[in-house]
Design a protein around this ligand. Sequence first.
Ligand code: HEC
Ligand code: HEC
Length: 238
Amino acid sequence: MSAPHGRFSACTTATLILLVSACGGNPEVEGVTPSQAHMYAHFDRTREVHDALIRRKPEAVREGSSWLATHQDPGQTPEGSSPYGVAMTGEAAQVRDASDLRAAARATARMAAACGDCHQAYDVTPGFITGAQPSGSEAEDQMALHVWASEQMWRGLVGPDDYAWTSGASALKAGWLSPREVVADPALREKGQELVRQLYETGSRARQVTESHERAEVYGDFLNTCIDCHEMTAAIIG
Ligand code: HEC
Ligand code: HEC
């Protein structure tokens, strides 16, 4: 019943039906109901906000969250579910109105958990497609692993999906052995090491919590660590 929902199918569906969005790709998507299309659009926007946080692009964070905060529900969500919708748009408004990226990241994690709270209440299980966990020890493999972990944990929140959450959190165990390759300036390496350790610890905390609000808090910390290192290294991410 639920259409497969990978990163790219999310883009194409929303582009086709609801949004003029920046994603390209093949617009051939069949068998998608209006309420599913509405959900895909939400998923796309939340990912845009998430990725803009990692890229440290506050305008894009505000733009995406502002849409999520004000977007009218077309009346397709289940009867009686509006408090969940209000909770979700409330968190989106906090993302939009946050004074800095770190506060916005925490609110973004709570927003994703609010999506999952409604799904859980109505027994909805979005069918996400998961790519294989990246392996390899080069710096770029390890960066890909962190990105993969963040996607899995995100799906874990939105689903909610225990397996996705736990597999993402567990992947952090295999995190960077040394930040040397990504932190070019030797003076910053100690701090880089500390941030890498923080990600590792976030992974083990993540595996110990089950409630959506606890997971949201851990994910907020997690995103803050990504932001901290990108800020410190002035990483330019296209
Ligand atoms: C008020 C309740 C509610 C909230 C809040 C909510 N959803 Fe949903 N969501 C649903 C329902 C109900 C479905 C099942 C729709 C269907 O199958 O027709 C669904 C389905 C989905 C799907 C799967 C579509 C499919 O069947 O393949 C995705 C993805 C999704 N939601 C993402 C989100 C995201 C992201 C958010 C938060 C920004 C969110 N949802 C917030 C109720 C909600
Ligand atoms: C130890 C520092 C550090 C941490 C921690 C870190 N990053 Fe990065 N990241 C970087 C640097 C530096 C770059 C730029 C790399 C380059 O220019 O090749 C980067 C680039 C990226 C890119 C772009 C990759 C590409 O191929 O263009 C993404 C996506 C990314 N990081 C995601 C994340 C996520 C998600 C997290 C948190 C889970 C994270 N990073 C944590 C340092 C870090």
